[in-house]
Design a binder for this molecule. Structure first.
Ligand code: PLP
Length: 371
């Protein structure tokens, strides 16, 4: 079945006698054993598994063309499970433009146990020079947050395979609808399901999907079940509900994202636009090869500096000035002030999450805010 069909039907595990056409929310934290001590319903305790989480993991596995998935309580706990599964002393190659929360995790929580280099992964020729005897993981993020850098997934997969490394890709900005890193050779794909998969700014979650059920994956499953950073059955229900419209929402986000990028590229008060769908983007060709469309995320540099950028985000009327992304409502933020004083993000960078409002209303709002 095609992704649009899978997203609607694959997670609908209907067992009730009431004729429901969608899955009920299964709130029970514990499940009955039979006289032999077995669990005839297939579940023991809801931190380990429950019907709604299993359904979510099944759909995510199928949409990303993987072998298995683990759902977590946030994108941060999904990513952290990968770092936790590494042996102390391991070295990680990570992108210079990495979602700041993960960079912070590595620099604070894992500062004593892991080592890492943050490098420009778009320059694939230099990556091998950073591989050390204790390197075990290449972590990529494409498109990246907030500079919308594009990494060639197939090339990174080749390098990882050659050196026996695990290759994980944060594909949050693309969603499973626009890009499937496992099909291009990645070992793991990561999503903050809070973003496009949730799509309505009302549920926090994360997920990892694996290309193979190997020993490393078993460690991750163990961290999920024993660590317990799991989404509630209601969270899983919401995510499954949202997944049913993901393909259509991504068409709208991509169309609005591209039109806004083209409008902003011509605006006299905009110094630069970062959007992989523009032919002026340095890696537009790679993006076109590995993505089916370019999503709703873009960043701009406002002419004049930090003050002008802050003034612009304070002037919007329709866009909500808030962090996060991927919801139906358009968001805008002065990114450097969200990331804190040690950020390398340009002070005049404004990050935009194009929602699903009519494009004319979005353009009119940015027009008056930039005037
Ligand atoms: N990865 C990317 C690219 C993100 O943008 C985010 C959040 O902004 C995360 C991971 C972390 O996800 P969460 O906020 O669900 O923990």
């Amino acid at each position: 079945m095609k992704p649009e069909t899978l997203a609607i039907h694959s997670g609908n595990l209907i067992k009730s006698a009431t004729g429901d056409v969608t899955s009920p929310i299964s709130l029970s934290t514990t499940f009955l054993r039979d006289e032999h001590g077995n669990y005839p319903g297939g579940h023991m305790y809801s931190r380990v598994s429950n019907p709604n989480r299993n359904a979510l993991e099944k759909v995510l596995t199928e949409l990303e063309k993987g072998q298995d998935a683990c759902a977590f309580s946030s994108g941060n706990t999904a990513g952290m499970a990968v770092f936790q599964a590494l042996k102390p002393g391991s070295h990680i190659i990570a992108p210079d433009d990495m979602y700041w929360g993960f960079k912070k995790q590595l620099q604070s929580i894992f500062a004593d146990t892991l080592t890492f280099d943050f490098i420009d992964l778009t320059d694939t020729a230099q990556i091998e020079a950073y591989i050390k005897p204790n390197t075990v993981l290449i972590w990529a993020e494409t498109p990246s947050n907030p500079l919308l850098k594009i990494t060639d997934i197939a090339v990174l997969a080749e390098i990882s395979t050659k050196h026996g490394l695990i290759f994980a890709c944060d594909s949050t900005f693309a969603s499973p609808s626009l890009q499937n890193p496992l099909l291009l050779g990645a070992d793991l794909v990561m999503h903050s399901t809070t973003k496009y998969i949730g799509g309505h700014s009302d549920v926090l979650g994360g997920a990892l999907i694996t290309a193979k059920k190997d020993a490393f994956w078993e460690k991750i499953r163990n961290i999920q079940q024993i660590g317990g950073a799991v989404p509630s059955p209601f969270d899983c229900f919401l995510l499954l509900r949202s997944l049913k419209t993901l393909a259509y929402r991504m068409q709208g986000h991509s169309s609005n994202g591209l039109t806004l990028a083209r409008f902003l590229e011509k605006h006299p008060n905009v110094e630069a636009v970062y959007y992989p769908g523009l032919s002026s983007h340095p890696d537009h060709k790679i993006a076109s090869k590995q993505m089916s469309a370019f999503g709703g995320m873009l960043s701009i540099l406002v002419k004049g500096g930090a003050e002008q950028a802050r003034a612009m985000v304070n002037k919007v009327r329709l866009f909500a000035q808030a962090t996060s992304l991927g919801g139906v409502e358009s968001l805008i933020e002065h990114r450097a002030s969200v990331e804190g004083p040690d950020t390398k993000t340009p002070q005049n960078l404004v990050r935009i999450s194009a929602g699903l409002e009519h494009i004319d209303d979005l353009i009119a709002d940015l027009e008056q805010a930039l005037a």
